[in-house]
Design a protein around this ligand. Structure first.
Ligand SMILES: Cc1ncc(COP(=O)(O)O)c(C=O)c1O
Length: 507
């Protein structure tokens, strides 16, 4: 037992302040203050285990408070396990944590995440992503979203909410939304599916995680495109899959017989309609070959159709899912681009042959929370509002893309500007010698949030430098000046760069 004099106890605890307030401006009672002071003193080791506390009557007199205040504080501390009150007196409990170990663990918790986050590649965004930044890839035009209509749809969904829905929901997602998505996909993307095949997720990223969990075991091999959407790689590595980068050329994923022979995958991740980030469209011949080979060896293809609703040029190629009967394809989609990023609704379409197993397993591993938004989105789609919104956005994006392309090709050769058949971004190739990460960093400091192309490659080299430039959320009038700033930064990075000056002078 340790005994401190009453004076020492007062030194440790300090005098209480009858005027003290909480952080929200409410009065802080004397008993609450005493509880906080004593518990802090115990946790910091100033009142070590087995210290006998001053009897309540004496302590109250010395503190200038009523005895009841001290009794109440002691009772609360006893109830929380800080102190023990029995026939041997009121004393500090054995908490095992002493001062140094407490301080150390607090420091570690503040400064260290799990080891897997030590690898820079594990962090999806290569730079802080501000949706307000100019030319930010992947951000839809937020000003053009019909927010008032969406609010009214949400209000109707709230009114329709049945008390039953407070405890029960379909684990695969609101059926009305699954029906609306099935209809939309059939018409717009050539996807062949029934509502039963659709699982609602919290975004496409979540659907990727779900695919990895449902269709692969740890250490199985997954092919990803190289360059690749980094969120896909992080979803697969989180599930301990072994990632094999497969090169992408201007016809999309370029898998060879050697790849199939030496590194046969369990899963293949591809964005065939508009490869992210190069914008390449996977040719029909390659689609069919991929489907055929995958079918033969029991591989699943994950088709990420993240922006297929915004097709701008060329004949639409049907989704891989709908291209051949019994394709081993899981089609995934998202409303982040067609509606707005924080809606966090995406989906996966599983083959009919998997429906009963998925229906059995998914409820064990999936708890999607945005039920009200799902109900509202279903109505938004069936009322035709979604279709009208897509039509408007397509026109806006086409115009913005045209302006961006015109501006870029004022300074750079046409064939350095990649993509453009769909979506909300273009990719500008840069010659080796221009550090694209440095360009992106400098651009960010001027309010422009582009992504460096090299950051999407598994093994970035000087030969795969470029910039991924979005036009979705940048008004047409601001595109030329933003491109002008980029050109200045690139010139500063490599002033002696012949291509840039020659091209700019030529035009
Ligand atoms: C190619 C690609 N796939 C999937 C996603 C994920 O979409 P979501 O926001 O629905 O998770 C993104 C997001 O930017 C993307 O760029």
């Amino acid at each position: 037992m340790i005994f401190f004099s009453t004076t020492k106890m007062i030194d440790i605890v300090g005098l209480l302040d009858p005027q003290a307030k909480t952080s929200t401006g409410k009065k802080l009672s004397l008993h609450r203050q005493l509880v906080e002071r004593l518990s802090n003193a115990i946790l910091s080791g100033r009142l070590p285990s087995n210290t006998v506390l001053t009897p309540s009557r004496t302590f109250a007199v010395q503190l200038g408070v009523s005895r009841n205040t001290v009794v109440l504080a002691y009772e609360q501390l006893a109830a929380e396990g800080y102190i023990i009150a029995d026939q041997h007196g009121t004393r500090v409990a054995e908490l095992r944590l002493h001062k140094s170990s407490l301080n150390q663990s607090a420091m570690l918790a503040e400064t260290k995440l799990a080891e897997r986050w030590n690898d820079d590649k594990a962090i999806i965004q290569t730079q802080p992503r501000g949706t307000t930044g100019l030319l930010a890839p992947g951000v839809p035009s937020l000003k053009d979203f019909p927010l008032a209509k969406w609010k009214r749809t949400l209000e109707r969904a709230v009114k329709l909410l049945h008390p039953f829905a407070l405890v029960t929901k379909d684990p695969l997602g609101e059926f009305s939304l699954r029906q609306a998505i099935a209809t939309h996909l059939h018409i717009a993307r050539g996807v062949q599916c029934e509502a039963e095949q659709i699982v609602i997720t919290e975004g496409a990223q979540h659907a990727l995680t779900l695919c990895a969990r449902l269709l692969a075991n740890p250490n199985d091999t997954v092919w990803v495109e190289d360059p690749c959407y980094s969120g896909a790689k992080s979803a697969f590595s989180d599930e301990q899959l072994s990632i094999i980068p497969i090169p992408v050329d201007n016809e999309g994923l370029a898998a060879t017989t050697e790849h199939w022979f030496n590194q046969r995958p369990k899963l293949i991740f591809t964005s065939p309609a508009h490869q992210y980030p190069t914008g390449a469209v996977l040719s029909v011949a390659r689609r069919l070959a991929l489907i055929e080979a995958a079918k033969n060896v029991g591989t699943w293809i994950i088709e990420d159709d993240y922006d297929g609703d915004f097709r701008h040029t060329g004949t639409p190629i049907s989704s891989m899912q709908g291209l051949a009967e019994h394709s081993p394809v899981i089609y995934i989609g998202s409303f982040s681009k067609t509606m707005f990023p924080t809606i966090r609704i995406g989906f996966m379409v599983v083959p009919k042959t998997l429906v009963s197993q998925v229906t059995r397993v998914v409820p064990q591993i999936l708890q999607v929370s945005n039920q009200l938004q799902q109900i509202a989105l279903a109505e938004f789609m069936t009322s035709g509002e979604f279709g009208r919104h897509l039509g408007r956005m397509r026109r806006i994006y086409r115009e913005r893309q045209k302006i961006l392309k015109t501006e870029l090709t004022r300074y750079f050769p046409d064939d350095w500007v990649l993509g453009g058949t769909a979506g909300m971004h273009l990719t500008l190739r840069l010659p080796s010698g221009v550090d694209d990460r440095s360009v992106a960093q400098q651009a960010l400091s001027q309010g422009i949030s582009i992504d460096p192309l090299s950051s999407f490659y598994e093994q970035p080299t000087a030969n795969n430098c470029g910039l991924v430039i979005g036009y979705g959320n940048t008004p047409r009038a601001r595109i030329p000046s933003a491109v002008g700033i980029l050109v200045e930064i690139i010139k500063r990075e490599n002033d002696s760069w012949f291509g840039l000056s020659a091209c700019a002078i030529d035009k």
